[in-house]
Design a protein around this ligand. Structure first.
Ligand SMILES: Cc1ncc(C[n+]2csc(CCOP(=O)(O)OP(=O)(O)O)c2C)c(N)n1
Ligand SMILES: [Mg+2]
Length: 247
């Protein structure tokens, strides 16, 4: 948490020594190959990782997480085509939150379900309620099993919605510039995946409400400590500007 927060703050103590920031944070040691500021740019990276696992004969599975907007990029098509043809152990997970920046997906594609695109690559296309943690878990488990059995990739479309806007300080809620109506925003608040999991856990008596509250409190503390760590960390030194970069 500390190193991640420091990276978000662009500090020398961050995972990428402050040079990755929120867009390009990575930690190769745990198999986190990096976020990507290029929409759709991470999808072929996951195919490369899958190809690597295949050649090395490991049981590793790579996962690409991307949005509905990214599913309209050429890299999506090339990646699914190659991974399916070579039967690579890859999960393509599209978080369809119905918007790419300020454009609703209905204005950017001519179909309802991105999962339908799987047909053209001869792989399963699974639609799942992306706000239901356990459904997402089940879908992922099945796709991982398939990948490990050498049956190739799966496209999972997690149907979800945005809780906030695309960016800090955007015009979303300024009069005359709203692109999401108040009803839609309110509905997304009622459908919060974390809140829903809380309700599930409580109603099935899996963990007591008190234990959940303690957990919430501990997590908030950890986050606030990470913010303190990031704030008090040094900026990267300008003399290191050409280190750890690649051209
Ligand atoms: C190739 C490319 N085009 C445009 C942008 C600008 N941009 C940043 S985020 C974004 C929308 C992405 O939408 P989506 O894939 O649905 O992801 P979401 O933010 O909804 O999770 C765009 C167009 C970019 N970063 N890269
Ligand atoms: Mg989106």
């Amino acid at each position: 948490m500390n190193r991640m927060m420091a990276e978000l703050f662009g500090k020398a103590t961050g995972y990428c020594k402050g040079k990755g920031g929120s867009m390009h944070i990575a930690d190769f040691r745990i198999g986190m190959l990096g976020a990507c500021g290029i929409v759709g740019g991470g999808i072929p990276v996951a195919v490369g990782a899958g190809l690597s696992a295949y050649y090395r004969g490991t049981d590793q599975v790579s996962v690409a997480l991307f949005g509905d907007g990214a599913a309209n990029e050429g890299s999506f098509h090339e990646s699914l085509n190659m991974a399916s043809t070579l039967k690579l152990p890859v999960l393509f997970v599209c978080e369809n939150n119905q918007y790419g920046e300020f454009t609703p997906s209905t204005k950017a594609m001519n179909i309802q379900d991105i999962a339908d695109r799987a047909v053209s690559y001869g792989i399963p296309g699974v639609k799942v309620d992306g706000t239901d943690v356990l459904s997402v878990y089940d879908a992922a488990l099945e796709a991982v099993r398939r990948a490990r059995n050498g049956a190739g990739p799966t496209l999972i479309e997690a149907k979800t919605h945005r809780r906030g806007g695309h960016a800090e300080g955007e015009a979303a809620f300024l009069a005359g510039q709203e692109y999401r109506l108040p009803d839609e925003v309110a509905a997304s608040e009622r459908n919060d995946p974390i809140m829903k999991l809380h309700i599930y856990i409580a109603s099935h008596n899996l963990v007591s409400t008190t234990e959940l509250e303690v957990m919430d409190h501990e997590i908030s503390e950890t986050v606030m400590k990470a913010v303190d760590f990031a704030r008090s960390s040094p900026d990267p030194d300008t003399s290191s500007i050409y280190e750890d970069t690649w051209v």
